[in-house]
Design a protein around this ligand. Structure first.
Ligand code: FES
Ligand code: FES
Length: 159
């Protein structure tokens, strides 16, 4: 298959590559950029494990092609912590509220919630449930995740 050139900023680092047009953004991030914090569960848009930010908006990277991200800014879970590894508000909240068990779903939840809270800084509990309804977790029963979301929303700090 004919390859095409793509160039995008991933976590503020320029990435250029020749890719098959059918390569997903998720595979580009994981295989070409080596950023394996973005997880692949269902690979058809259901579980949310592959969520990343594209120009600041939460996107399921298994449903987006790398060529569609050409010229965009992509942010993955690896870029949410501070430069010294300090956890972001949302990451810290997941830790404090025991919002994870195996952790497979966690990057998707963290990225989705970060995006949501940046746009909706004063959510109700129902808002938070709705915001996270597109992310699936097989382990936690969701209570710890919702507590983490509440903690992060109430933290009142930059996300
Ligand atoms: S892997 Fe993308 S939504 Fe499940
Ligand atoms: S913590 Fe295991 S799938 Fe969510």
């Amino acid at each position: 298959m004919r390859e095409v050139a793509v160039a995008m900023d991933v976590n503020a680092q320029r990435r250029q590559a020749m890719v098959e047009p059918r390569l997903t953004l998720a595979d580009f991030i994981r295989e070409r950029c080596g950023l394996t914090g973005t997880h692949l569960g269902c690979e058809h848009g259901v579980c949310g494990a592959c969520t990343v930010l594209v120009d600041g908006a939460a996107v399921r990277s298994c449903l987006m092609l790398a060529v569609q991200a050409d010229g965009r800014e992509v942010t993955t879970v690896e870029a949410l912590a501070g430069p010294d590894g300090e956890l972001s508000v949302v990451q810290q909240a997941f830790r404090d509220a025991h919002g994870l068990q195996c952790g497979f779903c966690t990057p998707g939840f963290v990225v989705s919630l970060t995006s949501y809270l940046r746009d909706h800084p004063h959510p109700t509990d129902d808002d938070l449930r709705g915001a996270l309804s597109g992310n699936l977790c097989r382990c936690t029963g969701y209570q710890g995740i919702l507590e983490a979301a509440r903690l992060a929303a109430d933290a009142g700090r930059d996300l």
